[in-house]
Design a protein around this ligand. Structure first.
Ligand SMILES: Nc1nc2c(c(=O)[nH]1)N=C([C@H](O)[C@H](O)COP(=O)(O)OP(=O)(O)OP(=O)(O)O)CN2
Ligand SMILES: [Zn+2]
Length: 146
């Protein structure tokens, strides 16, 4: 049996915070012709764009600090999520308002990478383990920094 007392090993836990946000976008690649864009992205290439109510699940992995009982203080994780997700992305047009997506297609895959890269820069403790993004109730991407 493992010993998680004061002198035993520090157990590792995975802490997840869920955050919803709304954004619009259009799937369009600068590397493809207009015809190719229409063919690949179909209705999602409509110049008027469309919107989603996204759901992000951010998971941090780390040892449970003996003194605090925490992997990361949820207050700090919430601040990071505000800075990386809510500020830049909520109620924004991803392609027009977020410089990263000027030349990167705003798929859920790329959105997960964007969120991962920026969260990794600001997390104070623990290690970012997983970013999960639901674009719709039916479509979800998991990114683990690989
Ligand atoms: N690999 C990916 N493919 C597609 C993405 C994506 O992010 N990665 N995104 C889109 C569109 O942006 C859009 O989100 C798809 O919307 P829609 O087809 O309406 O969504 P649902 O599958 O949930 O709805 P249905 O009820 O099945 O129509 C397209 N492809
Ligand atoms: Zn979409």
């Amino acid at each position: 049996m493992s010993d998680h007392s004061r002198t035993g090993p520090q157990p590792v836990a995975y802490l997840t915070r869920v955050q919803s946000f709304s954004a619009s976008h259009r799937l369009h690649s600068v590397e493809l012709s207009d015809e190719e864009n229409k063919s690949v992205f179909g209705k999602c290439n409509n110049p008027n764009g469309h919107g989603h109510n996204y759901r992000a699940e951010v998971t941090v992995r780390g040892k449970i600090n003996r003194a605090t009982g925490m992997v990361i203080n949820l207050t700090d994780l919430k601040s990071c999520i505000e800075e990386v997700i809510m500020g830049p992305l909520d109620h924004k047009n991803l392609d027009q308002d977020v410089p990263y997506f000027a030349n990167v297609v705003s798929t859920t895959e790329n959105l997960a990478v964007y969120i991962w890269d920026n969260l990794a820069k600001v997390l104070p403790v623990g290690e970012l383990y997983e970013v999960k993004i639901y674009e719709t109730d039916k479509n979800m991407v998991v990114y683990r920094g690989e």
